[in-house]
Design a protein around this ligand. Structure first.
Ligand code: NAD
Length: 269
């Protein structure tokens, strides 16, 4: 079977370096290109050196145009503005895209959905298998307990993470709100002030921890007087996200245009 060639954008970032390792180790994937923005201190370094594999014949470039014949699927873990620009590029050049970046505003999300009419895109704030199972479990928890319990979503990440709450926490909130037939914007609470009064109407409250090197932890808490249910996922290595991205890239290689999520990639829906 022909290998799927991937380009990794954000190649010298925390996820980028892990994605390079995952691509090099994957039997059905070939690392076709590694892309970083101009100005990154690691530009010009061989991508292989980034992960200690020595030369792998893939050069770090700052522009997908330079390597567009070298890959079939683009994997993006960068920043929201960069992702939207890359999605425009992918739509123009007919390259499927796996997007792991988080922190999009509603305008940027709308733009990605629009571009997905012209190319297949997987947009997943968390590519770990366990988190996508957690999304599924949340539907059941919200159906059974969501109408009468206090609902809290607590997430923790490393000190360098830029967006808060995390894209995963927001997706957890959306899954619960959708199940309850509510709009997350209307029931989300991001601070503690007035929380006691807010509990009188149904709300989903978010708390964020940013500390040390936490890779990613998410808990949904459904609490009544007398009992509570907690559902927690803990990621201990970025490799779990990177392996999910490889699955998304393989799945995308034979997909029609459209916007997909990780649950579709994993066959949960
Ligand atoms: P990071 O800051 O370590 O890396 C981002 C890299 O992208 C940097 O090296 C930066 O120079 C590069 N970059 C920015 N703009 C670029 C452009 N225009 N072209 C090429 N490269 C560009 O961040 P990180 O911890 O690796 O996380 C990256 C993103 O992935 C964040 O949004 C994070 O929340 C998200 N993330 C998603 C998942 C998931 O499973 N979906 C898991 C972990 C992190």
């Amino acid at each position: 079977m022909e290998k799927v060639r991937v380009a990794i954008v954000g190649a010298s970032g925390r996820m980028g370096r892990t994605l390079i390792e995952a691509a090099l180790a994957h039997p059905q994937i070939r690392l076709g290109a590694a892309i970083e923005r101009a100005g990154s201190t690691l530009m010009g370094v061989d991508a292989g050196d980034l992960v200690g594999h020595g030369s792998i014949g893939v050069t770090l470039v700052d522009n997908p145009d330079l390597v567009r014949d070298d890959f079939d699927v683009l994997i993006d873990f960068t920043s929201p503005d960069a992702t939207v620009e890359l999605a425009v590029w992918c739509a123009t050049h007919g390259k499927p895209m796996a997007i792991g970046t988080t922190g999009f505003n509603s305008h940027q999300k709308g733009r990605i959905a629009e571009l997905a009419q012209d190319l297949p895109i997987v947009l997943a704030p968390n590519m770990a298998v366990g988190v996508n199972l957690l999304f599924k479990l949340l539907e059941t928890a919200a159906q059974v307990m969501g109408e009468y319990t206090d609902i809290e979503i607590i997430e923790g990440h490393h000190r360098y993470k830029k967006d808060a709450p995390s894209g995963t926490a927001l997706r957890m909130g959306e899954v619960i709100a959708d199940t309850l037939g509510r709009d997350l914007e209307e029931c989300a609470i991001y601070g503690r002030e007035g929380i006691t009064e807010e509990r009188d109407r149904q709300t989903i409250a978010f708390s964020t921890i940013r500390a040390g090197d936490i890779v990613g932890e998410h808990t949904a808490l459904f609490a009544d007087i007398g009992e509570r249910l907690e559902i927690t996922h803990k990621a201990s290595s970025r490799m779990t996200f990177a392996n999910g991205a490889m699955r998304a890239a393989l799945w995308l290689a034979s997909r029609e245009n459209g916007l997909y999520d990780m649950q579709q990639v994993l066959g949960f829906k």
